[in-house]
Design a protein around this ligand. Structure first.
Ligand code: KG4
Ligand code: ZN
Length: 351
């Protein structure tokens, strides 16, 4: 069975084709991606209306590209999958509308996928896929969650952010240092030249006794430091700026790693999956690898290019849901999108 996946929840248009076999996990045949980052950079963040319009422009050419790369035609597609939520309503409507229209024209069934489930299952696209059960640290621009994952569609929320997401903390701090949107990658590059102990920044909820996160206070602390440092806080080449970047990254990474390790200890699980855009962060990977090594925990990451939003993870999540019998694809072409959609809800909603 071949599944075409379409992702359009935010500022990346992603399309992919995966194939299920008789044994093993589905495999990726081809994928293509267009990032809108450059377009939104001028505004310092994602402009929803521009995002929707760009998805419209990109989605069909990307679909043609994927089919050509995979050496297939649309007639070879058995199911069309799309991101149903969470995300920007207008952006989601483009992917959902195109997916349903395409499926209707082909006479094939459709399946709506939860964006975070896509991230969560993206390590199954790697050479060394995880095994259930595991703890998942989901760290993206919009979400920060620790989940216990017992199987496809079996997700238990252990903790989450009560305010900003980890990616948001990276992006907002980076903005204060004059780095372009999205600031995560730029801040982490700058951090490599700085001293992580230079500035004392808060580690919110580190000792809260639960697995929740809070990053809004960190951004305020970074703003206070920026004011103290003055011009150098956003001057290229200034050592203070690199030190502040390193200190910010250290604070975010310490909270994420400590809470992830606590989740592993509390559940007794020996496997960790890190997913979402912030999962690309080198320092986070370095520290998690060291801690997991010490505690004999296997840690899995999606391939670096599949950490941020993409169509492959949506096609893969659809394929895994279909393969495991968690959901069936239906020839129903009326659709709704779910801009707000807690991942733990899908267990009972889609059962
Ligand atoms: O998963 P994703 O592509 O989109 C959402 O679903 O939100 O994550 C995007 C987030 C942004 O906040 C971006 O700054 C962050 O991931 N990010 C990083 C890195 N690469 C992407 N943050 C820190 N270090 C990185 N290397
Ligand atoms: Zn995402």
């Amino acid at each position: 069975m071949r599944i075409l996946g379409i992702e359009s929840s935010c500022d990346e248009t992603g399309v992919a084709l995966v194939e299920t076999g008789d044994t093993g996990w589905p495999r990726l045949l081809a994928h293509a991606l267009h990032s809108q980052i450059e377009m939104h950079q001028a505004y310092g963040g994602v402009v929803p209306e521009l995002a929707s319009r760009d998805h419209i422009r990109r989605v069909l050419p990307l679909t043609r590209e994927v089919m050509a790369r995979a050496g297939h035609t649309l007639a070879d597609v058995d199911v069309v999958a799309y991101t149903r939520g969470p995300g920007l309503a207008g952006a989601l409507l483009v992917g959902s509308g195109v997916a349903c229209a395409l499926a209707a024209s082909l006479g094939k069934p459709v399946i709506g996928i939860h964006h975070l489930e896509g991230h969560l299952l993206s390590p199954f696209l790697s050479e060394d896929p995880p095994e259930f059960p595991f703890i998942a640290l989901l760290v993206s621009g919009g979400h920060t969650q620790l989940m216990r994952v017992d199987g496809v569609g079996r997700y238990e929320l252990l903790g989450e952010t009560i305010d900003d997401a980890a990616g948001e903390a990276f992006d907002k701090s980076a903005k204060l240092m004059g780095l372009p949107y999205p600031g995560g990658p730029g801040l982490s590059r700058l951090a490599e030249q700085g001293n992580p102990a230079a500035y004392k920044l808060p580690r919110p909820l580190l000792h809260s006794g639960d697995l929740d996160f809070s990053f809004a206070g960190l951004k305020t602390a970074v703003l206070t430091q920026c004011k103290k440092i003055g011009e150098a806080a956003h001057t290229e080449g200034a050592p203070e700026r690199a030190d502040l970047a390193a200190s910010t990254q250290a604070a975010i990474v310490e909270v994420l790693t400590r809470k992830a390790m606590t989740a592993l200890k509390e559940t007794g699980l020996k496997r960790l999956v890190v997913a979402g855009g912030v999962g690309a962060n080198r320092e986070l990977r370095r520290q998690l690898n060291a801690l997991c090594d010490k505690d004999r925990v296997r840690v899995h990451y999606p391939e670096l290019h599949l950490c941020t939003d993409n169509g492959a993870m949506i096609a893969m999540a659809a394929a895994m849901r279909l393969q495991s019998g968690m959901q069936v694809a239906e020839p129903r072409y009326s659709f709704d999108v779910k801009p707000r959609w807690p991942l733990q809800d899908i267990a009972h909603e889609l059962a």
